[in-house]
Design a protein around this ligand. Structure first.
Ligand code: SAM
Ligand code: SF4
Length: 333
């Protein structure tokens, strides 16, 4: 009889949230995530198949996992991703599936994803002019992302969220345009503090534009931002709304206000490595268990062991911090 106790770690955190990376490939090259050139991608044979991902989720759900998010790399470059959404949506106990995408291929896939059962989409967009977009992503594609956002809203996705990484020296010019964008489009704009997960190892604390600085600018130059009560105490974002009720802005202040103590997430990389934290230095290779004849009990035990070993927090603000070898695109953000 498998052990069905919930996934609680040694700091009392209950884990119900799984981020699934479906590929490490990407069609742009954000400087805070990927190297500019010569990216070493995983061999296709290394990627978990849809069947292997399904099996992993079927084992994880009875342990208490009920929220999934598909990510990457760029998840929409994985062929027929909507089929994976449909497979996962059909698993009893899966209550919520989200997707994080750069939006480049979203306009052409939004309808199929919605039809497959996806309801929540976060689109990453760091800037609101084509020139600034290219500085962040080292590629063109700004108009395609805007089209993708419009398509997602048209198809009927729940509140579309925009993720903008906040980088000192770059994001300042985008703050007010994003405030107006949130008010004009109804999308929630969430600023994510730049984290040390870049492939170039160029992150420094001085390059992070902090949430409180953005709140101050928006409040002074548009109108006061009012904090919203948290609907999900495990959500990493703190949400605000402009004082007239129009325009939602969120902040993921991973550096200035780490939320590790309420973290409820585990992750599986596209090549089947289980990670208990974005910043963990260890991971558990589940692919042999998923691909060869590992039992469900063995997979469940590996998940438990990983959760039990989770550290208290990321330690970015201490001298002890060591940046993981895997950059963001290879972990799955
Ligand atoms: N390609 C998809 C996308 O960009 O939305 C999904 C994967 S991406 C790694 C997931 C999220 O992580 C994106 O919102 C991206 O902006 C964010 N991200 C990547 N590197 C980051 C970093 N160094 N610091 C903060 N956020 C980062
Ligand atoms: Fe690609 Fe997303 Fe990384 Fe940008 S953040 S390079 S879109 S995986």
């Amino acid at each position: 009889m498998p052990d069905l106790l919930p996934l609680i770690d040694s700091f009392g955190r209950l884990h119900n949230n799984l981020r699934i990376s479906v590929t490490d490939r990407c069609n742009i090259r954000c400087f805070y995530c990927m190297p500019a050139e010569d990216v070493q991608f995983m061999d296709r044979a290394e990627l978990l198949t849809f069947e292997e991902i399904e099996r992993f989720v079927r084992v994880a759900v009875p342990l208490g996992i009920n929220k999934l998010r598909l990510t990457g790399g760029e998840p929409l470059v994985r062929r027929e991703l909507h089929k994976l959404v449909a497979i996962l949506a059909a698993i009893p106990g899966v209550e919520d599936i989200g997707l994080t995408t750069n939006g480049i291929l979203l306009a052409e896939q939004a309808e199929a994803l919605y039809a497959a059962g996806l309801r929540r989409i976060n689109v990453s967009l760091d800037a609101l002019t084509p020139e600034a977009f290219k500085k962040f992503t080292r590629r063109n594609g700004f108009e395609q992302v805007l089209e993708g956002i419009k398509a997602a809203q048209r198809v009927g996705f729940d509140l579309v969220k925009i993720n903008a990484v906040s980088v000192r020296g770059m994001t300042e010019e985008e703050i007010i345009p994003f405030g107006h964008f949130a008010r004009d489009t109804g999308a929630e704009v969430r600023f994510i503090e730049y984290m040390p997960l870049d492939a170039d190892n160029a992150w420094e604390r001085g390059k992070v534009l902090f949430a409180h600085e953005i709140i101050e600018r928006l409040s002074n130059e548009i109108m006061p931002l009012i904090p919203e009560g948290a609907t999900d105490r495990n959500a990493p974002a703190t949400d605000f709304v402009f004082a007239d009720g129009i325009g939602r802005i969120g902040f993921i202040a991973s550096i200035s206000q780490p939320f590790c103590l309420s973290c409820n997430r585990i992750r599986i990389t596209a090549d089947g490595k289980l990670r208990n934290c974005l910043f963990s230095l260890d991971e558990t290779d589940l692919r042999p268990l998923l691909r060869e004849a590992g039992s469900d009990d063995a997979i469940a035990a590996a998940i438990r062991t990983s959760v039990a070993a989770k550290k208290e927090g990321h330690e970015i603000n201490t001298a002890r911090f060591i940046q993981p070898d895997r950059p963001m695109y290879s972990i799955g953000g």
